[in-house]
Write a protein that binds this ligand. Sequence first.
Ligand code: ADE
Length: 860
Amino acid sequence: MWPKGNYCVLLFLLRSVLSEPGTTNQVVLLDTTTVLGELDWKTYPVNGWDAITEMDEQNRPIHTFQVCHVMEPNQNNWLRSGWIRRQAAQRLRFTLRDCNSIPWVSGTCKETFNLFYLQSEEPLPSTTRFRPTDYAKVDTIAADESFTQTDLGDRVLRLNTEVREVGPITRKGFYLAFQDVGACIALVSVKKSGRVSRHSASHGLVVSSGGERACVENAEERDTPKLYCGADGDWLVPLGRCVCSIGHEEIDGHCQACKPGFFKAFAGNTKCSKCPPHSSSHDQAATVCHCDKSFYRALKDPSTMACTSPALVGVVRKDWATENSIALSWEQVEQPPADIVDYEVKYYEREQEQLSYSSTRTRTPSVVVTGLRPSTVYVFHVRTRTTAGFTAYSPNFEFSTAAEDPDVADQGQVLVVVTASVGGFSLLVILTLFLLITGRCQGYIKARMKSEEKRRTRFHSGHVPFSGIKTYVDPDTYEDPTQAVEEFAKEIDPSYICIERVIGAGEFGEVCSGRLRLPGRMDVPVAIKTLKGGYSEQQRRDFLREASIMGQFSCTNIIRLEGVVTNSRPVMIVVEYMENGALDSFLRTRDGQFTVLQLVGMLRGIAVGMTYLSDMGYVHRDLAARNILIDKSLVCKVSDFGMSRVLEDDSEAAYTATGGKIPIRWTAPEAIAYGKFSSASDVWSYGIVMWEVMSYGERPYWEMSNQDVILSIEEGYRLPAPMGCPVTLHQLMLHCWQKEAGQRPNFTDVLSFLDKLIISPGSLLTLANDAQSLTDSSEDLPDYPLFISIGDWLDSIKMSQYKNNFLAAGYTTLDSISTMSVDDIRRIGICLIGHQRRIISSIQSLRLQLHHIQQNGFQV
Ligand code: ADE
């Protein structure tokens, strides 16, 4: 027990002032003197240290801890701090009483105490038993100056200051423990120094000896500066940091060899990675995993890439060629390591030396690549995409197109001709045909272009730019908007246009149907938008703006511009004719007449168009069923581009408080509130279009006022599933209506989700209205896995920074991550507890979804 009398002036004041990393000014993270109520500090045994509240010099209550069992032998009293976030050195200020100043205690009194620490990723549960053996010793601490009787009389405390580096700390935080073995100690404060290097996490790989600092074994120095804490608690000399060498990872401050089955190819602070599929490492400290027998990795492939067995014979044949196209086929002899998803064909003009290339995908081992230049040699590579990833590219194959025949026009598109094999794959064939009908735009085309200039030049040359993800060029960026029209729209001689009847009225004039009769070409049914007489120059520009936008697009699900008439009156915009007109009114007149699959087909078409637009960097801003046109085959196409800026023409658009005109019911909250239009806000609108389609053209939010719609959305209200709507589709709508734009799926996700539904129509059988019990029992049933790649999944949970950790560790599919544990997450180098939690909870929800999907026949 605490001795009475003059000992009671031995005040134990334990005060912790911790500071934020990277700041010059001290920020108090925890000040034990000012904490109201109980401190989260523990004593073992409970009667060893006493927590007492004292008054300081300014009469403020301060928390103190006291111990002075100098009369009793064999003292072992522990005081453990609360959990302290990882920082660098701890500065201890304390005073010790000189044993000589205390009578009768010569055999038991001590003049030192021991400082220990214990690392942990997070605060330990309060039920955790205190075990001294869990704690690592920092040092035994002794006083330079004692606290004497003389001092007592004056109440002058001569404080000792000691600095100790606690660590290496590799976890997120730690506890300090003070072991008293029978002394009278006055710890005045435990203090953190002002600035901490942002690289302090790696200081643990440093060893000190005689003032020299070096990296621990199997670590090497990096030159990123780190500040080092001097004895007075100030930050001194910049030092390099140490990182574990190749084949080694950091564990508890040491660089330990990667275990067999793991590897690390680069020095750094990352963890050893699991060997990629079909490769292994048998020894410790592997820097690469070697491919298993019969599996290979291309020389240029990174070591993180899975090994695959070659899926091609090595021969790609040219079946035939015209001046604009080449038909190729190849064989697949060996059974690939995993199921084949599709083939990727990459090609470029030999003379271009891969400055730009195109690629296209096909599900069968044949392709017809069109849109090529006559008499030109092209280089082709083919690789197979399996469920385990890509195989290596085949060697180069060079084939030439035929010489030019001036009579035949180039259609200028890449068309993937699928020669689906018959047999037991009827569903695949049906799907393939379906996909061909509702069409994805231009196959998959990707390219690096040397310059924007080059792109323009090619465009001018009358070809579809030979590859390249084209980006949308805003006509408003042209000094003279007529230039944009000239660049992106063909001028049509009005004598080729035959107007038949008026089909509607736009803001600028009538809309007619008719025929386009270009010489040497078949008649094309067209819709003709006219600009009525008496227009101003600005109105003419606004009118033609739509043409210069539309003219940049080439996609089956975007209304095609045939051309413009600007050199004579009336000024006209000529587009392809869509027999069934606007989607909303079309559906209203056909209430209940389509199968769910037909409706999903319409939605898929819109998603294809929107994916194309968002890939081009174009934000529509007015996506709504009224702005989708539908043809006689039920192909839906996105239209109405002119109004993306002004929205004057849209009767649904209302003025907002900031003066903008916005179609409130279709628009994402961030776009309404502060004009933040993006592809993500288009996704919100797409969700509303889904709802319109599934409800056969019902008005979103019925007769609620715009103001009520805004308030309801803000309060979390979302449109319920339309009658007869599959639960999976309503889930997708809800996903599109996430308040946070970043949490919504992107259009590629939407499209891939719809494709999965189409492949597995059983997933459309559970209707939302029938599924009340399902939604009730799984109130927090998570969103469906729309994210087809690990990258997309990480983006969706805002953990994009860990893409490389997953990929480097060989996790490439959602399936593969669904079994990951917290330990796995840690092992791939995700150290922050909050991030681990977020990832794990997303994986858990993913598991639930997978389970749910399995129950409902949805294929992942
Ligand atoms: N109304 C407006 N544009 C149209 C089009 N392209 N086809 C049919 N009707 C339309």
